[in-house]
Design a protein around this ligand. Structure first.
Ligand SMILES: [Zn+2]
Length: 385
């Protein structure tokens, strides 16, 4: 049996290498594979490199580089282990793989750019492991969620499930806008709150529930009703707006402010046994006013308190809102933008209606300068649910 040193010497003569200058100056960049161990990778890596620890190389290389003739450069810490990795690639049929001479150490020493890879704390790795296992989310996606800011208008029926699932998912900052206190009639559906919180401001009660669910989450409490005077400042810091408002006045205001600010809105409404859901995208078309240009006169609007609502209904719609928000943040899948989902709980049916941008829409129509959209405080004509 040859010694390790002898084996290495033989390999170095047989395995093609590339030096740092050669890789840095390569016109069309080859696929770069980082074959180091997790603790080494966590200390810094070459930007754009795919990290496949040496032990997983055979199993994972094909997923990242399918073309056996594609140029590949493999690096480790000092350029030894990568020789073995390139030999393995050769055995798998890869014909154009090279080892980075001197490895990451030489790369760094030459002053080439490197970056800290996306990593999670040990407790976060455990908490979010089922997200990280999804290639569509991964560590980078989880970090995106942790860095994101979502605001829920209302900490009630819709705001309860949406904020709870968003907190559990690791949305880093959750804003809650609600001026109400917990009432016994809320508890049939507003699961953020509990019997021991009667009389407590909903934003306080919500913070307790959400922080207990996930201490990673920063809860920003806005104990206020959204008005034309506070809406812009209040909503501006957030990436996604979840509209869980129970009244037309707030829905119009949220729509108009979101258009001004260029923020996406995940909209839902519930009534009796039916719920509706859609996304008004960041570019603002179609918007809520394409659907309903003006609010109905107060005497025609259904009173929520009288109308009643099945307690689980906001649960379903609120969870769908959280799902859409997470997709918007991760940039995955297809959102409900341009589609209105209607859920009938009695028939257990989901219907989908196409939403079209109205060229005559007062807020997103042709020729409208969105920076001049007037903010209107319509008369409140529906009690909270
Ligand atoms: Zn519109």
């Amino acid at each position: 049996m040859p010694s390790y040193d002898a084996l290495l010497r033989d390999l170095r003569g047989a395995i093609p290498e590339i030096d740092v200058a050669g890789l840095a100056g390569a016109g069309a960049r080859p696929a770069i594979i980082d074959c180091r161990e997790p603790d080494e990778h966590a200390q810094g890596a070459i930007p754009g490199a795919v990290w496949i620890p040496r032990g997983f190389l055979e199993a994972k290389i094909e997923k990242h580089v399918a073309d056996r003739a594609a140029p590949i450069v493999v690096y480790c810490a000092s350029g030894n282990r990568s020789l073995f990795a390139v030999r393995t690639l050769g055995e798998l049929g890869y014909t154009n793989a090279r080892s980075l001479a001197g490895g990451f150490t030489a790369w760094k020493r030459a002053g080439q750019p490197w970056e800290m890879p996306a990593t999670l704390r040990a407790d976060q790795e455990a908490r979010y492991s089922r997200h990280v296992l999804l290639p569509e989310v991964g560590v980078a996606g989880q970090q995106k969620l942790l860095a994101s800011k979502v605001v829920c208008i209302g900490a009630g029926g819709l705001g309860s499930p949406s904020s709870m699932y968003l907190a559990a998912a690791g949305i880093g900052t959750l804003g809650l806008v609600d001026d109400d206190v917990v009432d016994a009639s809320n508890l049939q559906r507003q699961i953020l709150h509990g019997t021991d919180r009667l009389g407590t401001p909903k934003v306080e009660s919500a913070e307790r529930t959400l922080k207990n669910l996930n201490p990673d989450v920063r809860v920003e409490k806005h104990r206020a009703r959204l008005t034309s005077a506070n809406a812009i400042d209040l909503l501006r810091p957030y990436d996604v707006i979840i509209d869980g408002a129970d009244n037309f006045a707030t829905r119009y205001l949220v729509n108009d402010v979101a258009l001004l600010l260029g923020k996406p809105v995940v909209h839902a409404s519930i009534f009796r046994f039916e719920g509706q859901l859609t996304v008004f995208p960041a570019n603002g078309s179609p918007c809520y006013r394409c659907l309903y240009p003006e609010p109905p006169p107060p005497e025609d609007a259904p009173s929520c308190a009288e109308g009643g609502v099945l307690g689980v209904l906001p649960g379903i719609l609120g969870v769908l809102q959280a799902t859409e928000a997470i997709k918007l943040i991760l940039g995955i899948g297809q959102t409900l933008a341009g589609r209105l989902l209607v859920y009938d709980a009695l028939a257990t049916k989901f219907r989908e209606l196409k939403l079209r941008r109205d060229p005559k829409c007062p807020t997103c129509g042709d020729g409208i300068d969105r920076s001049t959209i007037p903010l209107i405080d319509y008369e409140q004509f529906c009690t909270r649910r």
